[in-house]
Design a protein around this ligand. Structure first.
Ligand code: F6P
Length: 505
């Protein structure tokens, strides 16, 4: 089968639909608004404002069938080496549930469960101590997931620990993080799958010095010996992770220690339970009703049939303000590939640019471009039905804005004045959580993980490696001696820049 087989059928459907509009699709099919909705547990999805019809959707589902998406999910859950370029499984599902009969997956589940018990003990010990502040040091997958969940689910007041996140190598970040803290009442967790990441090693060193030693340092790593040795951390304060968990899929492991400290261990377990429940849906639901499959097929449609080069995710819940940043890594590091598993070029476009922000603020910044710019950016709108703050009128206003934006983008508005006309035809998916709870957030994140995997299968690429980030790291390491003035840089532009630094520094 050619790499692009099945995608040409999508393009014919897009051509067939080119004379229609999203609003005519919605208004011309009385059942569509309800029929294009899917629910699982506390999560509701409405795809009615996507620019496809029932026939195009059937073609998308046919693509999922011919690419054996159901089999691909089974292989993921069974711990097969879906990360072929690194010869590894990607068993993040085993961190939160026991869904497979395969020995390797069952073993992974058992191992992860044992470590979770150790994690619970560490949380209890810290809760019983005089520690008030936790600094979580890590970057990328060792930062963004814990940062998102801790921020989304933390109580507005009365928290046991204040949890701070330090990721950037910029010393200003360490300075600002530590300035208000008291080293006598602070503990630090160094999180790094490899324990070879420049940022985390440098910031870890700053923390060790600032704390006056390693006594209140904890570590999480797939290389626990290296972690213990590099920072002289006692073995009982080092928690393992494994090479069968990708960094950006790891918040469910001991990498989630800052989450458990920020929201309590019980609620951390509820987060895992919510994700595991969604895993069962993804593994068992038929393709047509499978929410992760539908979400992925919608992404493929927007990218490959309609050619949209960007995708936005807008959280209409301030507690989910970090969701776009988290998804940027999950989606773009996973799907930012141009070659297939066998090394041959992908014959269709892969990942669009993912970006976003929190509504309603975004409406007053970049939404102008979404309404009237020349490019179309399909969106995921994420909102929460029940708010947990005491400001009911604000919640009504928030929801009215959410629904209004989706409506305005899709339907537009004609005007004799071209400056005041809205073309419409801008697709979006409406995602509603009944309430923001550990379970519903776990399910939402699992949805995105599974959508990403499905997209990778449809494109024939590896969602679990990230060789693209290595070159920059190598060059940065190689340039350190040049910055210290010990050697000359080889690149002529970099040489001029270094001279500029020297002259002005
Ligand atoms: O930026 C590349 C990357 O390798 C990410 O994939 C990873 O999440 C991050 O660096 C941090 O890596 P580590 O957990 O090994 O410090």
């Amino acid at each position: 089968m050619s790499a692009a087989a099945g995608f040409d059928a999508l393009q014919s459907h897009a051509a067939r639909l080119s004379g229609t509009t999203i609003s005519s699709l919605v208004n011309g099919d009385a059942a569509r608004a309800g029929d294009f909705a899917l629910r699982h547990g506390a999560l509701y999805f409405n795809f009615a404002r996507q620019y496809y019809d029932r026939d195009a959707l059937a073609a998308l589902l046919e693509l999922a069938r011919t690419r054996d998406l159901a089999g691909a999910y089974q292989r993921l859950f069974d711990g097969e080496q879906v990360n072929v370029t690194e010869g590894r499984a990607a068993l993040h599902t085993a961190l939160r549930g026991n869904h497979s009969g395969a020995a390797i997956a069952r073993q992974a589940y058992a191992t992860a469960s044992e470590v979770r018990v150790r994690m619970g003990t560490l949380v209890a010990e810290l809760e019983a101590s005089g520690i008030t502040d936790i600094v979580s040091v890590g970057i990328g997958g060792s930062d963004l997931g814990p940062r998102l969940v801790a921020d989304a689910l933390r109580a507005p007041s009365g928290v046991r620990f204040r949890v701070h996140f330090l990721s950037n190598v910029d010393g200003a970040s360490a300075q600002r993080t530590l300035a208000p803290l008291d080293p006598a009442r602070t503990a630090a967790i160094l999180i790094s799958k490899t324990f070879g990441t420049q940022e985390t090693l440098l910031n870890g060193g700053i923390l060790r010095d600032w704390l006056g030693g390693s006594e209140r340092l904890y570590a999480v790593s797939a290389n626990p010996e290296r972690a213990a040795a590099a920072f002289d951390i006692a073995a009982e304060r080092v928690l393992p992770m494994w090479d069968w968990v990708g960094g950006r899929y790891s918040l469910w492991s001991a990498v989630g220690l800052p989450i458990a400290l920020a929201i309590g261990f019980e609620r951390f377990e509820q987060l895992l339970a919510g994700a595991s429940d969604f895993d069962a849906h993804v593994l068992n639901a038929p393709l047509r009703e499978n929410i992760a499959v539908r979400h992925a097929l919608t992404a493929i449609w927007n990218r490959n049939a309609l050619g949209h080069a960007a995708h936005g995710v807008m959280s209409y819940d301030q507690r989910l303000a970090l969701l776009p940043a988290y998804l940027q890594q999950l989606v773009m590091e996973s799907l930012g590939k141009s070659v297939r598993l066998d090394g041959s070029p992908v014959e269709v476009d892969t990942v669009p640019v993912w970006w976003g922000g929190a509504g309603t603020d975004v409406q007053h910044s970049f939404f102008q471009a979404l309404h009237q710019g020349t490019g179309i950016v399909p969106l995921d709108f994420v909102g929460t039905v029940r708010n947990d703050d005491p400001y009911a009128e604000n919640h009504l206003a928030l929801m009215s804005n959410l629904f209004a934006q989706a409506e305005a983008l899709a339907n537009g508005q004609a005007s004799d004045d071209p400056h005041r006309a809205y073309a419409g035809g801008r697709p979006s998916t409406l995602i509603l959580l009944d309430a923001l709870t550990p379970q519903s957030l776990g399910a939402l994140i699992a949805l995105y993980e599974h959508s990403v995997y499905a997209q990778s299968v449809l494109w024939g690429i590896n969602a679990f490696d990230q060789f693209g980030v290595e070159l920059g790291k190598q060059l940065a390491n190689g340039l350190l001696p040049a910055l210290r003035g010990e050697v000359e840089a080889s690149d002529p532009v970099t040489r001029v820049l270094l001279a500029e630094l020297k002259a002005r520094g």
